[in-house]
Design a protein around this ligand. Structure first.
Ligand code: N01
Length: 539
């Protein structure tokens, strides 16, 4: 039996195996312990942190304000922790999670440096055997997949990739010692959130930066800066109030800047401009809550789109570059970016924008990237190409449920879950923020807490009722998948090729994976329990 740390020595039998030591895994472990269950977390990294352990690229920062992107389950914790910036950077969030691990003495039940390779159900005993790399296995009555929604790096298979002789990096797997680009010619592939955050800083350091853009992105300013101590004190004076206000929000954050209860379609030009200007000045994702129909009505959406493009054209001096940076899809359809100087970076003399829609990549060469128009000589390449989102981390594990069925087979036509919490045929295997739950469309920390608390209560109720097993009903699951698709279909989300749909990974089935709307989802989860776990089979 070990005391945490690297290696695979651990109790070979526990009540609950938890996969991943990010926000979800840490809290799940804490709740299991409080319930008197034995639990073991298995974590591939060498420390806690999950997303915030791996994503160390320059500028990595959360796009939900630090006072809201934090645990609310323990008042002493939220009172004692002092955030220093409006939007916390990766190092600060990692320090916070390390503090949580120490404060609740979590490390002794975490095995670091071990990747879960398989989770196989033994139907005779009703237990799961979880296999680890570099070796060993743990059996458990329950498995909780706290594997994160954006944890499996997507590295496109570009022609000639192996021939490039310089170093390559993926933003989601950044070297812990950092990277010094001073004097180098750097290429960044991708223009999503990770690129938008890292590009301004790489441009400041590199001799030359070439950005390879396939789809232009919308971004709104963060206006990040030191957090005003008076604001922090005011929030802490009624932290419960802010948490409750957030949980009542569609996306479970921004409770201090509520969505305006007016349709853009019904607003005058003056009202539109005034509200968009106000929200632009506030900064951040609440921009999309300026009106209540922005993600429902293309006409309404176009008003927000026009406003943001107007800002882009004010910021970027060269009209041709501004044209290339102008997106034409619905704003908010892909995750809106929140930036610190992204568009202005393209005014720098040492930055070049390559539009891959005009001139696609032909091949990587030993010395750089060749497009149909030119050879771009590079010393280093950064893949800011995102993640195999929501299902990627799970599909890398050989999960086998009833009858030895692989999860990959059950999900061949896209992920199928009930409430995003369980999938039929895989009893006692829980997902935290799984597909079919609000997850990435919500403040992840609120979504995680709600799931962990639901799972914890479910385990308690099973024991209290003298039962051992819970599984999702096939019918309830089918109805839930229809519901998730129906909700998405009523929005503008499915209108572009986003990672929400799996469209960024070649060959991945296109299904809209998250469920829009946190409060109605929580209501359903509560009602399901009140109805005696309706839609689940317990025995
Ligand atoms: O990844 P992305 P990300 N050739 O998938 C391009 C969260 N996050 O890591 O749009 C050329 O958004 C791809 O192009 P296209 C946040 O939820 C949060 O940036 O598919 N280009 C796109 O431009 C975010 O949404 C924070 O045409 C290729 C880019 O790579 C999510 O993580 C910070 C390509 C990938 O963008 C993912 O963000 C960072 C190819 N073959 C991340 N393949 C904050 O909290 C892909 N691309 C602020």
């Amino acid at each position: 039996m070990d005391q945490g740390g690297r290696g695979v020595e651990q109790p070979s039998e526990v009540d609950v195996v938890i996969v991943g030591a990010g926000f979800a895994g840490l809290y799940m472990l804490h709740r299991c312990r409080q319930r008197g269950l034995t639990a073991r977390v298995v974590e591939a990294g060498d420390d806690v942190g999950g997303t915030w352990y791996w994503n160390r690229y320059p500028g990595a920062r959360c796009d939900v304000e630090s006072l809201e992107y934090s645990y609310g389950f323990d008042d002493a914790l939220q009172q004692e922790w002092e955030w220093t910036e409006r939007y916390a950077g990766q190092p600060e969030i990692l320090r916070y999670l390390q503090h949580v691990a120490e404060r609740f003495d979590l490390r002794r039940d975490i095995t670091f440096g071990a990747r879960v390779t398989a989770a196989v159900l033994d139907e005779a005993t009703g237990t799961w055997t979880v296999s680890l790399d570099p070796g060993g296995a743990v059996t458990a009555s329950f498995v909780v997949m706290a594997t994160g929604c954006l944890s499996s790096a997507n590295v496109p298979d570009l022609p000639g990739a192996a021939s490039f002789t310089g170093p390559t990096y993926h933003t989601g797997r950044w070297p812990h010692e950092g990277v010094d680009f001073t004097g180098q010619r750097v290429g960044v592939i991708g223009t999503g959130s990770s690129a938008v955050q890292s590009i301004p800083l790489i441009a400041e350091q590199a001799a030359h930066l070439t950005v390879f853009q396939r789809t232009p992105t919308y971004t709104v300013p963060a206006w990040n800066g030191p957090l005003d101590p008076a604001e922090q004190a005011a929030v802490k004076a009624d932290y419960a109030g802010l948490r409750a206000a957030n949980r009542a929000m569609f996306s479970a954050f921004g409770g201090r800047i509520p969505r305006r209860d007016q349709a853009a379609r019904d607003a005058t030009e003056e009202e539109l401009d005034a509200e968009y200007e106000r929200r632009w000045a506030l900064g951040g994702l609440p921009f999309l809550a300026a009106f209540n129909d922005l993600l429902l009505d293309p006409v309404a959406n176009e008003t927000a789109r026009r406003f943001v493009i107007g800002k882009l054209r004010e910021i970027v001096h060269d009209p041709t570059v501004a044209d290339r940076l102008t997106p034409d899809h619905v704003i908010g359809c892909k995750r809106l970016c929140v930036d610190s100087g992204y568009w202005a970076t393209f005014n720098r003399p040492n930055v070049t924008l390559v539009d891959l829609r005009e001139t696609p990549i032909e091949t990587l060469t030993p010395t750089g990237i060749r497009t149909t128009a030119a050879d771009h000589d590079l010393d280093a390449i950064v893949y800011a190409t995102g993640f195999d989102a929501m299902t990627g981390a799970l599909s890398r594990i050989d999960v086998r449920g009833r009858g030895g069925q692989p999860l990959g087979e059950a999900w061949a036509a896209g992920p199928r879950t009930y409430l995003g919490l369980m999938t039929h045929g895989f009893p006692n295997l829980f997902l935290v923020t799984g597909p079919g739950s609000p997850s990435v469309l919500a403040n992840m920390i609120e979504a995680i807490q709600q799931h962990v608390e639901w799972i914890d209560r479910c385990l308690g109720d099973l024991a209290a009722d003298g039962l051992q097993q819970i599984d999702a009903d096939a019918d309830a699951q089918d109805a839930w998948v229809d519901h998730v698709n129906g909700v998405a279909g009523a929005t503008l989300f499915p209108t572009c090729s986003s990672w929400y749909l799996g469209a960024n990974v070649p060959g991945k089935t296109r299904v809209f994976m998250p469920l829009a709307g946190f409060p109605p989802y929580v209501e359903v989860c509560e009602q399901v329990v009140a109805d005696g776990y309706r839609g689940f089979r317990r025995r």
